[in-house]
Ligand binder design. Sequence first.
Ligand SMILES: [Mg+2]
Length: 400
Amino acid sequence: MENQEKLIAKCKNMVEKIYDKYGISPNEAKLLQKLIEADVSRPIVSFEVGDYVRVVDGPFRNFTGFVAEVNNELGKLKALVKIFVQPTPVELEFWKVERIIGKNMEGETTKSPLILMGAIVGDIVGSRFEFNNCFNTDFELFTPECRFTDDTVCTIAVADAILRNVPFVPTLQQWGMKGYLVGYGAMFASWLCSENPQPYNSYGNGAAMRVSPCGWFNEDRETVLAVARRSAECTHSHPEGIKGALAVADCILYARQGAGKTKIARLITKKYAYNLNKTCDSIRYDWQSDGRRLAQFDFDGDVDMDKIAFETDETCQKTVPQAIVAFLESKDFEDAIRLAISIGGDSDTIGAITGSIAEAYYGGVPDAIAQQALTYLPPEMKAVLTAFNERFVLPTRSNS
Ligand SMILES: [Mg+2]
C-alpha cells in the first residue's frame, strides 16, 4: 500500500512537470493523472512457474492447473490445465486466473500438484533442527531461520538427471557446485570437486534422502529400483547406503500403488531387514538419553543445560528405519513431518525421507504447506520441479 501511495505521489509530480514543459491543459493533465492512478492502483499480480491456479474467466472457467510459463511483460501465463485426464497447455492473461492456496472451492484442503515437494518440505522444515533437536511436535513449520539444504539440492539433481535422461554423476556435480549456501558431508564435498569422481563406499543417509524422484518416474518396480540403485551407488556404494535408497524408493512405489501401512511395513521389514517395530516415543527417548555427547560448559565449568547439543547419527541403517517409523505413525502429511522432526537426530534428512514417503501415501503435500516451501527455492529448482511433474505426472492415491 505504502509503495502504491509513493508511486501515485511520484506520478502527480511527473504530471506537473509535463504540464509545465508541454503546456497541456489542466483537464488533460487531470485525465492523465487519473489514468496513471488507475494503473498503479491496480493490484500487482504476478505468478511464478509452479503456482497452482484456477481459471476464473473464459471457456476454461473453474478448471485448475499449474503454471508452466510466465510472461510478465505481456501479463500472460501458460497453465497446464487438466482437461479430462491430459494436462493441456492453455495461454491465459493474468486477470483470468487466481492462485489457489490451501483450499478448493468446497473449502477442502487442496494438495499441491507438484510431487517431490514431500522431501523438500521435510528438508526445509527440519533445517533449523538439525543441530538443535526439539523433541516435540509443537513448532512452527516455516520460520525465517529455515532454508533448503543438501537434501533438496540432491533431490532436484536426481530429478533433473531422470528428466533429461543423463548420468547422475555430472548432474549431481553440476547442482552441487552451483554455490548454494548449503553444507555437504566432507566425503560428498570432495566427490563434488573431483575430476574423476568415484564411489566412496559410504553408508551415510545421503542416497536415501535424494532418491524420491526414482519412486515417481515409473510404475514398474524393477525399473524404479534399478534407477534408485544407480542414483545411490555413484557415491554411496556401501551395501547399507544403497539399501537405504532402495527401501525409500520401494516405500514410495508401494504407497503410490495403494498398499496400506501394515503391508508397507511388512514388505519393507522382509525385504530390507529393518526393525520397524520401534515407536516415535522410544526413538525420541533414545536420542534424548543416549544422544547427549556434546554438552557445552559455561565459564564455571558447569554443564549449561540450555546448550546441550546432540550428536547426530547420519548412517543409513539408523536414519531410514526411523524415518519410516515416523511415517507409519502419522495420521496425515503434516503430522508425518512433525513426528519426523520430533524424534531428533538428523532432522532435515529424516524430514526429507519421511516427507517423501508420506507425500506418496497421502496423495500429495497440502498445498498451503507446499506453497510456503516453494518460497524458499530459487527459480531453477522450481523449473525442474515443474518439468518433472509435467513429464511424469501420474495418478496419486487419496488417503486423507
Ligand atoms: Mg541436509
